[in-house]
Design a binder for this molecule. Structure first.
Ligand SMILES: [Zn+2]
Length: 152
């Protein structure tokens, strides 16, 4: 999925789970983009020097940054630095990994070589992304916007 889809998915999940603080939503937004720092052209990766290129050319895409060990490591680190951000990070990170499983396969148990994905009968990822964004737009128009009114 692209960065916009991950942002929409993560922030929507957070709002539905009762996260309304702008600071918490910022953590969700960053966490929902973080796994794709393994691509130099991703929404977050393009602002980070060297690391995305090294990950992309070395370990590969959808490997370490999409793994349980990476998510758990960052979650534990946040527990030491700013424990109140752990829940927000978890929502954003899990939403990213969950959504990516519908458009490909991820190495969730990296460094183990097995990859996981949800096959959708050969439907191209762009169709899945387009349908999910259209569904999100319809949800917003039909009243989902009420979840976001608390921000404004
Ligand atoms: Zn990803």
């Amino acid at each position: 999925m692209n960065g916009a889809s991950h942002l929409v998915g993560g922030v929507t999940a957070a709002m539905l789970l009762g996260v309304h603080s702008p600071a918490q939503l910022l953590v969700v937004a960053v966490a929902s983009l973080l796994p794709d720092i393994d691509r130099s052209n991703s929404l977050l990766g393009r602002w980070i020097p060297l690391i995305p290129t090294l990950l992309e050319q070395g370990i590969g895409k959808r490997t370490i940054t999409h793994s349980l060990s990476f998510g758990l490591g960052i979650w534990l680190l946040l527990g030491l630095l700013h424990a109140s951000w752990q829940w927000s990070f978890l929502i954003g990170y899990v939403s990213h990994v969950f959504l990516d499983m519908f458009t490909g396969r991820i190495a969730f148990l990296w460094p183990l070589p097995c990859r996981f994905g949800v096959p959708l009968f050969g439907i191209p990822p762009i169709v899945i992304e387009s349908l999910s964004l259209a569904g999100w737009g319809a949800w917003i128009v039909l009243g989902g916007y009420q979840y976001f009114q608390i921000l404004f």
